[in-house]
Design a binder for this molecule. Structure first.
Ligand code: EZ4
Ligand code: CO
Length: 404
């Protein structure tokens, strides 16, 4: 069997997605997600100019060899652009292998370890009453875990909270430059424990609560937040400090028993090594799309299992339904699964992507179609042209740049 075509499809049904479609000489196709939010076309070029020409003529069954060939063969390793491209190839090859075998990908990974995949949804409110109403709605919809983000008094805009509901799109269309947002750590640290208290008081102890700090604190500030949230028994706080400083987590760990999750901006197992082997985190949040596909993510998850760290994959709307499906297959199979982020997708994405995954109450399932269970309608995709968009960035009150 040979790959005869490697095609990159750029489409924006609600937001930008980059999809790699591989076709074999027997007419079997596989899809991979290569979306890197705000830097999409860099990955398109990496694929079209450097990777696709290497794929034509290769045996699609040799997934591991292809991964190593693209990773080691480039000499320049890791990084979000290259690893998103490798991920897309890898996921497309797993899709093909499943279709050739007539099995859903999770069966190729060892079969289901659980009936379904526990997901958490996003709930945001500009103030506490709005947040409480929307948590109630999520509970009514059957979710057992919610990520709560609330507006911060004195700040016009903050990460996790948008005017639209339920959509979370932080990248204004047609903006020539990234939007600037004000950040104030003291106001944030003051507000979060009160928000948590209000949610716990209304919904009781059983609901799983999560919160994303989005890289904005110093280690000692993160330690203070972790301590302040201990009475509310969070499932986790996410990205308390900029994640590339793995050593910072030692200090946070010394001060709080609030569980820690990080890794959505990581691209390889090397970015996770210290955090996992020193048990500095409780959940590893690397994603299929940004950390080298199913092959590499499984390697990270296996390392995590050895150290009692569970999985909690990033699942934002800026990764395509192809990535979500791939994540669900892996989540269903691995022994140390923790939770899966499920933000859903905004806009007319379903015109373009035909999916087989389902949610029943708190659990999702990837479905039993051979391969990933996702197909793309290329004609529909062509109707939604690429829209240049940037993520926002933050400045402090003195005008200096802060982590967004
Ligand atoms: O800001 O994926 O946990 N989820 C997140 C996301 C990220 C976006 C960036 O493109 O932090 O909302
Ligand atoms: Co996050």
């Amino acid at each position: 069997m040979k790959i005869v075509e490697a095609k990159v499809i750029v489409t924006s049904p609600g937001r930008n997605y980059v999809t790699l479609k591989l076709t074999t000489d027997e007419g079997v196709t596989g899809l991979g997600d290569a979306t890197l939010n705000g830097r999409e076309l860099a990955v398109v070029s990496y694929l079209r100019d450097h990777v696709c020409p290497l794929l034509v003529g290769r045996d699609p069954q040799r997934i591991e060899d292809t991964w190593q060939y693209l990773y080691k063969g480039a000499y320049w390793r890791r990084g979000p652009v290259g690893m998103a491209a490798i991920a897309a190839v890898d996921v497309a090859l797993w899709d093909i292998k499943g279709k050739v075998a007539g099995l859903p990908v999770y069966q190729l990974l060892g079969g289901a370890s659980r009936d379904g995949v526990l997901v958490y949804c996003h709930v945001h409110g500009r103030d506490v009453p709005e947040l409480l109403d929307r948590v109630a709605r999520a509970v009514d919809e059957g979710y057992a875990a919610v990520r709560i983000q609330a507006g911060i008094p004195g700040l016009d805009k903050t990460y996790g909270v948008t005017d639209a509901d339920p959509d979370e799109v932080y990248e204004p269309a047609d903006a020539a430059r990234p939007e600037e947002q004000l950040w104030d750590t003291a106001a944030y640290l003051e507000s979060v424990p009160a928000v948590a208290a209000a949610v716990r008081e209304r919904f009781g102890p059983a609901l799983h609560l999560l919160h994303d700090v989005h890289h904005r604190l110093t280690p000692i500030e993160a330690a203070r937040l972790g301590q302040a949230l201990e009475p509310y028994r969070f499932f986790w706080i996410e990205d308390p400090t900029p994640a590339e400083d793995q050593d910072a987590f030692r200090l946070i760990r010394q001060h709080t028993v609030t569980p820690l999750a990080t890794g959505e901006v990581f691209n390889s197992i090397w970015d996770c090594q210290t955090l996992i082997t020193e048990r500095l985190i409780d959940y590893i949040r690397t994603s299929v799309g940004h950390a080298g596909g199913i092959t590499h993510l499984r390697r990270i998850f296996d390392l995590a299992a050895l150290y009692g760290v569970k999985t909690g994959s990033h699942g934002p709307g800026d990764l395509s339904p192809v990535s979500l499906a791939a994540a669900l297959h892996l989540d269903l199979a691995v022994p140390n699964f923790g939770i899966q982020e499920y933000m859903g997708h905004a806009g007319p994405w379903a015109d373009v992507f035909k999916t087989s995954y389902t949610r029943r109450g708190p659990l999702m399932h990837p479905g039993d179609e051979p391969g990933l269970g996702v197909e793309i309608d290329e004609e529909a995709a062509a109707a939604y042209g690429y829209e240049p968009r940037y993520l926002p960035y933050s400045r402090l009150r003195d005008g200096s740049i802060h982590d967004w």
